[in-house]
Design a protein around this ligand. Structure first.
Ligand code: HEM
Length: 133
């Protein structure tokens, strides 16, 4: 997705490029590991989050309008299909979003950028739902 938030500056550049995307992803998974509020989605993941960190980093770089690191390695993400093994409802979507929003705040991302990304990520997270409730 060249520009999920529909602004003139690609979100990838506005965030600060690949290093900043990696810092965001690392904080996201650190929080998922640490915070009881995200235990519900932590349980869906493997014991090690190493693969998840790399894959979300590669995916987000392309999705934000930067280099398509995920597609170069794995082809089309088929993101919804890849999430079908995990029961994702409203609670899981909301935990994922809350964890990402906390990570954005803690990475000191500019508030307008946080708002852009939150809106764009919510659509993707909502699309991942595969069960009611
Ligand atoms: C809505 C709530 C979500 C839940 C509960 C969830 C959960 C998961 C889980 C359990 C995995 C497997 C990780 C592993 O291999 O250990 C995964 C993989 C992944 N997730 Fe999510 N996810 C959610 C939303 C999202 C969103 C919104 C994005 C992107 C913006 C995303 C991007 C990815 C990517 C790129 C992978 C790796 C796929 C692969 O190649 O195997 N996820 N997710």
């Amino acid at each position: 997705m060249a520009d999920p938030a529909g602004s003139a500056t690609p979100a990838f550049d506005a965030i600060g490029g690949e290093t900043a995307v990696r810092a965001l992803v690392d904080r996201f998974y650190d929080l998922m590991d640490l915070e009881p509020a995200y235990a519900g989605i932590r349980r869906l993941h493997r014991t090690s989050l190493d693969h998840a960190r790399d894959k979300l980093h590669w995916f987000l770089c392309g999705w934000l309008g930067g280099p398509d690191l995920y597609v170069q390695r794995f082809g089309h993400p088929r993101l919804r299909a890849r999430h079908l093994p995990f029961a994702i409802g409203i609670a899981e979507r909301d935990q994922w979003m809350a964890c990402m929003q906390q990570a954005m705040r803690e990475c000191d991302m500019a508030p307008d950028l946080q708002a852009r990304l939150t809106a764009a990520l919510f659509n993707t997270a909502d699309w991942m739902r595969n069960r009611g409730g």
